[in-house]
Ligand binder design. Structure first.
Ligand SMILES: [Zn+2]
Length: 88
């Protein structure tokens, strides 16, 4: 949907980069966050990386597509997690 046309119905009526509210504190909406831990089995220093998420909404059929804003940060954290071997 980053091409600005809906992958479902082909409509060009796309609402881009919409903030996805997660929870509210003091009347303020906090953005939904995706978290990936570099070392999920660690007790404390998990090296958790975070990225906010944004939605692209089709104004014709209502299809919603979501993206993290910093995919490389999460990918690198996930790759580090794969290098951990819990058995050692
Ligand atoms: Zn659509």
């Amino acid at each position: 949907m980053r091409e600005q046309t809906c992958p479902k119905c082909g409509s060009p009526d796309i609402i881009p980069n919409v903030v996805i509210p997660d929870h509210y504190e003091l009347g303020m909406a906090n953005e939904m966050i995706m978290r990936i831990s570099e070392n999920p089995s660690a007790w404390i220093f998990k090296g958790t990386q975070k990225s906010t998420m944004r939605a692209w909404i089709c104004g014709e059929c209502g299809f919603v597509e979501m993206y993290v804003t910093q995919p490389r940060v999460l990918w690198e954290a996930w790759q580090k997690a794969q290098q951990q071997s819990p058995g050692d």
